[in-house]
Design a protein around this ligand. Structure first.
Ligand code: G
Ligand code: MN
Length: 232
């Protein structure tokens, strides 16, 4: 009943290009505890998964995001889809009809699934990507690089963006192994026709290295913290 209790909040974090222009935002879920303090996903997602609440959370994120997108036609937001949601084909239908009913341009919304989730449910993931892209929405493969899957999987997933996991980016300015790994991931992604987004860009030195490596976009505290969207 945390969901009913109005404890649910959405924060939005910008994804920027090399010039600093905003490509789109990622919607990030927050929860308030009894004292009104913000709880982070690391705390409540494992609980939500345990009680099978993730599809409900994904629905709430979509509903709230559509309300915000309706008010600003120039805004683009990507939201996360949980592995549990992927297993429910009625949810895909619901998402499609909600987008149509909202009247927004479907290109204003995009979806992210983690590499690990996509590999674990490969056929279902492919179907979701194809359906939602056919509907005009964007798609990103999240947390890429930690799943240790081969690049051959990547070729079969028709996503627009590949998000390089933050663990590769965080210490990019001091770790030469990370530099080589990011270079390899970025080259492979570009070869397969996908744009790249680096997660966890936390300082200017890292952002400069990412330009050098020709990573397309960045997201992280240095480029903008997640915060509520101010309604225009
Ligand atoms: O798995 P995913 O990439 O969706 O996780 C995003 C989470 O990481 C969010 O909860 C967000 O608040 C947090 N986050 C966003 N940018 C940064 C960053 O630059 N550094 C760190 N440590 N965390 C970040
Ligand atoms: Mn994400």
């Amino acid at each position: 009943d945390n969901l009913e209790n109005n404890r649910f909040r959405l924060h939005f974090q910008p994804i920027r290009d090399a010039e600093g222009e905003i490509l789109h935002y990622e919607a990030l879920v927050r929860m308030m505890d009894e004292n009104g303090d913000l709880l982070y996903p690391a705390v409540f997602i494992p609980l939500a998964e345990k009680y099978n609440l993730m599809p409900e959370i994904d629905k709430l994120v979509l509903k709230n995001t559509l309300e915000i997108l309706k008010q600003d036609k120039n805004l683009k937001v990507f939201m996360n889809l949980s592995g549990e949601s992927l297993g429910r084909c009625e949810l895909m239908e619901w998402i499609g009809s909600s987008i149509i009913a909202s009247g927004i341009d479907p290109g204003q919304i995009g979806f992210e699934i983690t590499e690990t989730t996509a590999i674990r449910n490969l056929e279902t993931a492919k179907e979701w990507i194809i359906k939602l892209k056919e509907a005009g929405c964007g798609f990103a493969l999240d947390d890429f690089g930690v799943g240790f899957s081969s690049f051959s999987y990547l070729d079969t997933l028709s996503v627009d963006y590949l998000k390089i996991d933050g663990s590769f980016i965080k210490n990019l300015d001091s770790d030469t192994t990370k530099f080589t790994l990011v270079q390899a991931i970025n080259t492979a992604a570009h070869t397969l026709g996908k744009k790249t987004i680096a997660e966890f860009v936390e300082n200017e030195a890292v952002w400069r290295i990412l330009h050098e490596l020709k990573v397309d976009y960045g997201q992280g505290y240095y480029l903008g913290k997640p915060k509520p969207m101010e309604v225009q």
